[in-house]
Structure formats: C-alpha cells, structure tokens
Write a protein that binds this ligand. Structure first.
Ligand SMILES: *[C@@H]1O[C@H](CO)[C@@H](O)[C@H](O)[C@H]1NC(C)=O
Ligand SMILES: *[C@@H]1O[C@H](CO)[C@@H](O)[C@H](O)[C@H]1NC(C)=O
Ligand SMILES: [Cu+2]
Length: 140
C-alpha cells in the first residue's frame, strides 16, 4: 500500500501552466505578451490594468475589427468589458481546450482599439502568424 502510493507520487505529471497577459499596460492599447503558445489544460489569465477593454476572439482576416460579442469560433472567448480602476484590476481566465490558433482583440471604440493593434494570438502557426493577423486588424 505504502509502496504503491510512493510509486504514484513519483509518476511525472504534466502540470498545467498559467500564462498572464496584461491588458492595457502603461495605459496603452496593448496585450502583453502579444502571443502565447499553450497546451490543452493550460490557462490564460488576462489582467486588465487600465481603461475599459475586452479580450474577444475574432477572425484572422477580413472583418477583424471589432470582434463580435461572444467571440468568434469553436472554443472562442469573450471577456466582456472589464473596466480597471486604481484599486481593481479585473481578470478573465480562459482554459485552453484545443491546439487550434485563436485570434483575439479588444471590442472597445467600435473597433478602434483593435485597429490600433490591440490584438493577441493563442497558438498562432507558421501560416497564420500573429504579425499577419495584426496587419489584417489594422487594415480592417
Ligand atoms: C500571474 O499573476 C498572478 C497575479 O498577479 C501572480 O500571482 C502570478 O505570479 C503570475 N504568474 C506568472 C507566471 O507571471
Ligand atoms: C466600458 O465600455 C463599454 C462599451 O463602450 C460601456 O458600455 C461601459 O459603460 C464602459 N464601462 C465603464 C465603467 O466605463
Ligand atoms: Cu481596448
């Protein structure tokens, strides 16, 4: 019994990782970092530190900005508007459920934040890069 418990304790476990993404650092229209590569079960914690922003999935190209309420795609997300104050920096946690690329942006200002580069990518690929997504957002 003791031996079995000991052996179980020694089995390596793939621990889920958490990635913090700061939203609106230094009062900017930014996600920091702009992209994350994560495994299923990992979490993204968006920490809203200024103004009034969202983290909402959208399309890679075409009508990128603004993202629609509810977000785009199977396993997309939408934090809703999360205004920060001097004493409250709200968070939104998303648990990764697939290895698909997901592209997100802020909904605020009818897409003006998104077009200003307030964009983020989860698991971008060699073909669907963060840089191209952000360029598509700025042009949308
Ligand atoms: C994520 O943010 C939380 C809350 O601010 C902090 O406690 C934690 O250390 C941060 N984790 C990483 C990996 O930066
Ligand atoms: C945040 O922005 C949304 C959309 O513009 C607005 O409806 C909401 O009232 C704002 N919240 C605050 C506290 O300013
Ligand atoms: Cu914003």
């Amino acid at each position: 019994m003791f031996l079995k418990a000991l052996l179980l304790a020694l089995v390596p476990v793939a621990l889920a990782a958490n990635f913090n993404i700061t939203v609106g650092a230094n009062n900017g229209l930014t996600f920091t970092p702009t992209q994350v590569s994560a495994d299923i079960g990992d979490t993204l914690t968006f920490i809203f530190v200024s103004k009034n922003h969202t983290s909402t999935t959208t399309t890679f190209s075409g009508a990128v900005c603004p993202p629609p309420a509810g977000g785009v795609g199977l396993h997309g997300w939408d934090s809703g508007f999360l205004p920060a104050t001097a004493t409250d920096t709200p968070t939104f946690v998303y648990t990764v459920v697939d290895y698909e690329p997901h592209f997100a942006a802020c909904m605020q200002g009818a897409g003006s934040h998104c077009r200003a580069g307030m964009t983020f990518a989860l698991n971008p690929t060699a073909e669907l890069t963060y840089a191209q997504f952000n360029a598509n957002a700025e042009a949308s």
